[in-house]
Write a protein that binds this ligand. Structure first.
Ligand SMILES: C[S@@+](CC[C@H](N)C(=O)[O-])C[C@H]1O[C@@H](n2cnc3c(N)ncnc32)[C@H](O)[C@@H]1O
Length: 479
């Protein structure tokens, strides 16, 4: 059975192979830490001042609130800047590394569309599409499967950043003349709302702030993708004290009297990035431990697994916003008979010290220069499955390397290698393949979770059984 499916993946990828290799912007460089420490306070930007004023007015704020402001605030939130991806940006994502990633994803959707009896109407929904590269690759590869491609009615992007919406608009070849926009009349102030994409055969593209705004006809099957979306959603952080009570870790202004609580060094985190050194002295903010039980601790940790699984001194990072999106997604997929892939770095258990900044391809103190760096935390896949329990079937998570291999990425690599005589392009292709699949690079840290309707029968390729709901202890207790 497995062999038959693997052969089917290779056969489908072979059809994608008619397309030539695309030149990507991937840089394999791992940057070295500079070890710099700063005694002088950094500039108080309008966003930093806004956060500081908020803390001074209301007292220390949750990490979730800090994260939300630093990432998506209209007055300088990180994702409002747009050009944050790629070699010149702060980080590189899998679709930005190689076209092979999106091509394999397209084949996954085609296979399941076939297994579902080739529904006549489908819509793609992508959460957090970044520059639009992944959807562009999926659409390009999908064109090789005419009946599938003909079923695609529209693409819906869930994206908060106006700047990234513009990049997605242009990446998909949409035409500003037919694009409905909000914002200023001049081009630079426009934010796309909906557009007819010319490049992809006039498929309608729409933008939404939240998943709840996406509405599709009852007979349209949603094909959902969330790649590196959940890691950007706000997390709360708690520590179990000597008395067995959970205290919340909050963000305070650096010059308050409260004693700082420093999280584990980002250098302890897994992954291919390195720490940029400790610059906490320069920050206007610091982590503190709340006195007494905050309402967040009472609300977020209501589930009894947090009491039974964790010991004194343990820390947990929890993202109720991720659970909210997952519940919505699971209900939506089950109601509309859709399918979804969630791909991100993380683990199948609750972790305690992964909240970090990423800037210039290095880990950074997340409390320095809010708005100037990506803020992220590893995804707790067990929490996503817990949220979806009873609403949809979850499969995995399995490691990205294993997923890509099972879906035939090696066959696709061979086809691309044979399609060019340029040894530099060939070397790049092999480097990219290794980066995506190697266990020491992105192959193990990144995981893939598939979501299918509750009513579905049979497992999606290449997953085995639906993953049973279980509570799990973190890999290692927090320091
Ligand atoms: C790390 S990027 C990943 C981009 C893309 N999926 C990729 O892999 O290249 C995170 C994406 O999620 C979007 N995003 C972050 N928080 C969001 C939120 N709360 N609602 C909607 N989009 C969000 C960002 O603007 C960005 O497009």
């Amino acid at each position: 059975m497995f062999l038959r499916r693997a052969l089917a993946c290779s056969r489908l990828l072979h059809r994608v192979a008619l397309a030539p290799p695309l030149v990507r912007r991937y840089s394999p460089t791992i940057y070295k830490p500079d070890g710099t420490t700063h005694a002088v306070k950094e500039e108080l930007t309008p966003l930093a001042k806004h956060i500081r004023d908020t803390v001074l007015a209301t007292g220390p704020i949750s990490i979730a609130q800090y994260m939300q402001l630093a990432l998506t605030s209209p007055i300088g939130g990180y994702y409002t800047r747009g050009q944050v991806f790629g070699r010149e940006g702060d980080f590189v994502t899998s679709p930005e590394i190689s076209q092979m990633f999106g091509e394999v994803m397209a084949v996954w959707y085609v296979m399941h569309w076939e297994m579902m009896g080739r529904p006549a109407k489908t819509v793609f929904v992508e959460l957090g599409p970044g520059r639009g590269t992944l959807m562009d690759d999926i659409m390009r590869a999908s064109k090789r499967f005419q009946s599938f491609y003909a079923s695609i009615r529209s693409i819906h992007f869930v994206e908060k950043s106006p700047e990234l919406r513009k990049l997605q608009h242009d990446k998909l070849g949409c035409d500003w003349n037919v694009t409905a926009t909000v914002g200023d009349k001049n081009d630079t102030g426009k934010t796309p709302l909906s557009s007819a994409s010319q490049r992809h055969g006039g498929v309608e593209v729409g933008w939404h702030d939240v998943l709840e705004q996406v509405s599709v006809d009852g007979d349209c099957v949603p094909l959902v993708m969330a790649h590196e979306f959940f890691d950007a959603l706000p997390i709360y952080k708690f520590e179990k004290g000597a008395n067995g009570q959970w205290s919340e870790i909050l963000v305070d202004v650096a010059d308050s009297n409260a004693a700082p609580v420093l999280p584990a060094s980002p250098a302890q985190l897994r992954g291919s990035l390195q720490s940029a050194g400790d610059d906490s002295n320069a920050s206007h903010f610091k982590f503190v431990r709340a006195r007494g039980v905050t309402s967040n601790a009472a609300m977020v940790l209501r589930d009894q697994r947090f009491d039974s699984l964790f010991d004194k001194g343990d820390r947990v990072e929890v993202s109720p916003e991720s659970a909210r999106v997952m519940i919505q997604l699971a209900d939506w997929i089950s109601t509309n008979n859709g399918m979804g892939l969630i791909i991100d770095y993380g683990a199948d258990w609750t972790q305690g010290d992964t909240f970090r900044g990423i800037k210039n391809h290095r880990f950074a103190n997340p409390l320095t220069s809010p708005g100037s760096m990506d803020l992220t935390a590893d995804v707790d896949f067990s929490y996503l499955r817990f949220a979806a329990n009873g609403r949809a079937k979850c499969y995995g998570p399995i490691e990205q390397g294993s997923f890509l291999h099972s879906m035939g990425i090696q066959a696709r690599l061979q086809q691309l290698l044979q399609s060019t005589n340029d040894s530099k392009v060939q070397k790049d292709l092999v480097d990219c393949y290794k980066r995506l699949t190697d266990v020491h690079s992105m192959g193990r840290v990144y995981k893939v979770l598939a979501v299918l309707p509750n009513s579905s029968s049979g497992s999606p390729v290449p997953f085995a059984q639906p993953t049973a709901e279980s509570s799990s202890k973190p890999e290692a207790a927090s320091p």
